[in-house]
Design a protein around this ligand. Structure first.
Ligand code: NDP
Ligand code: 2IT
Length: 458
């Protein structure tokens, strides 16, 4: 876990980090996200130190507006009552209704929820669309559950969540373990309890009841649009580059699809058990069949392509990161790439990292990449295409209308180009070279802080 926070030139900034550490001692992931953002906005804070200190701007920025935690009881197929913990973190609503996904995974806890909601504030600001930052989820494990169990869980979860959300209040969507099936069950229960067809209360809906074209593809496609822009700005072509993608869920699958459209060679993908390496290029139709239809394991790829290779996860370093590649797209989960793994990737000649997942690299790994001239596309910018398209879904729901696939895709591409340009300009203005991690944090912080200042002490 990342622990480094280098003292900055701003005493105020250092004090806020220390106070936040003291107040949130058991929240390692949250503190990791705080240290990353706060250390990189140093040049802005130094300029405005007295002003920010007087209005406790940073103290307010790191304190969620609201943390909601609740019991989720449900009955499994054997008639046994199960109890999970549900969360919704409404972190910062200064730019619009709280917006962010729901994660169902056994590792979910308050620290993970708060880090994700904190990241979401800045990600949403970069989209330039009117959405604040939030996140939610549960420690419920969807693996191995029947459709009925998933439905019962989602209904119980929504019985409580519905008190806190609404199309102008807080708009959840998917994340790990939450896709179209879960959003459908959640939406049905919300509609039943409220007796209103409030289409914009959730995004990532099915296309036949208010979903947007391209939402399913948006995070992965957006990641590749950002990657293409970043490489172009550094005179590198994406064509024929070898790519490895960790994960084989929603983000990974559509990053792979767009990478293949761009003529890159995707040679490996993974899940939490291991990875497959196919030197002839991943056959994405097979991955989609295994993951989207059968909800199976990636190892089953060998049943279709016997000459591919499967590496089981055995050590600290997920096996996919031992495979030599030019471009590495971590699209599974937080802290997949630590310093040790980063060193292996560099030795293998990596030139660019694209964070499809949220915070997949530890702070030490990011620093190491940047020091060694590896380009890093930071998650809060590079994976913003998903939430941006969610905001486009809300927009279509408000109009009671829909746009074609090409219309939404063009808007997404434009948004991603704009996000890259913001990261690049902020990095340039604050003398950070091609450190787009700093660029993203600075550009997003400037937006959020201006909105917070305008709205008074709340
Ligand atoms: P999915 O549930 O569709 O897929 C998750 C993938 O990551 C699966 O292959 C899963 O493997 C793997 N994975 C999950 N947890 C772990 C773990 N602890 N260790 C190793 N592998 C793991 O989720 P998404 O594709 O939606 O999300 C992936 C990442 O992208 C997350 O970090 C999410 O926050 C981020 N993200 C998602 C967006 C979206 O629109 N969906 C938008 C922006 C970011 P297995 O099946 O074996 O668990
Ligand atoms: O991390 C993310 O940005 C998401 N899971 C998508 C959130 C959304 O509201 O679409």
């Amino acid at each position: 876990m990342s622990s480094c926070y280098l003292e900055t030139k701003s005493q105020y900034l250092n004090d806020v980090v220390k106070k936040t550490e003291l107040k949130n001692q058991n929240e390692a992931e949250f503190l990791q996200a705080i240290r990353e953002v706060l250390s990189s906005i140093e040049p802005v804070v130094v300029k405005h130190e007295e002003e920010y200190k007087k209005i406790a701007l940073l103290e307010r920025l790191v304190e969620p507006e609201r943390v909601i935690s609740f019991r989720v009881p449900w009955v499994d197929d054997k008639g046994q009552v199960q109890v999970n913990r549900g969360f919704r973190i409404q972190f910062n609503g200064s730019l619009g209704p709280y917006k962010g996904g729901l994660r169902f995974h056994p590792s979910v806890n308050q620290s993970i929820m708060k880090f994700l909601a904190f990241e979401q504030i800045f990600k949403n600001a970069l989209t330039c669309l009117p959405i604040g930052g939030g996140k939610g989820g549960s420690d419920f494990d969807p693996k191995g559950k029947s459709d009925m169990e998933i439905m019962h869980f989602c209904q119980s979860f929504m019985n409580e969540l519905q008190k806190h959300i609404g199309q102008d209040t807080d708009v959840p969507a998917g994340d790990i373990g939450v896709g179209a099936r879960e959003i459908g069950y959640l939406f049905g229960q919300y509609r039943r309890i409220r007796n209103t067809y409030e289409a914009g209360v959730l995004t990532g809906k099915g296309l036949d009841y208010g979903g947007s074209l391209v939402r399913k593809e948006a995070t992965g496609y957006g990641l590749m649009y950002f990657m293409r822009e970043m490489l172009k700005a550094n005179n590198i072509e994406i064509r024929n580059k070898n790519v490895i993608i960790s994960g084989s869920g929603n983000v990974a699958i559509y990053a792979c699809e767009k990478a293949q459209h761009m003529d890159a060679n995707v040679i490996a993908m993974s899940d939490s058990s291991g990875c497959i390496y196919d030197k002839n290029g991943i056959k994405l139709d097979i991955i989609k069949e295994i993951k989207e239809e059968k909800r199976g394991r990636i190892k089953e790829y060998l049943n279709y392509v016997p000459n591919a290779v499967y590496y089981e996860k055995a050590s600290n370093i997920p096996p996919i990161f031992n495979i030599k590649a030019d471009i590495v797209l971590p699209c599974a989960t937080q802290n997949e790439i630590n310093l040790e793994t980063a060193k292996v990737l560099l030795q293998n000649g990596v030139i660019a990292i694209g964070e499809g997942a949220n915070m997949p690299c530890t702070n030490e790994a990011v620093e190491f990449f940047i020091e060694n001239k590896v380009l890093v596309a930071p998650g809060k910018a590079a994976n913003a295409g998903g939430v941006a398209t969610s905001a486009l879904e809300m927009c279509q729901n408000s109009m009671r209308y829909f746009w074609s696939f090409d219309e939404v895709d063009k808007k997404l591409e434009g948004i991603m180009i704009n996000i890259f340009n913001q990261c690049q300009s902020a990095a340039k203005e604050y003398s950070c070279g091609n450190n787009y991690v700093a660029g993203a944090n600075i550009a997003a912080f400037l937006k959020v802080s201006e909105a917070m200042k305008s709205q008074g002490i709340i």
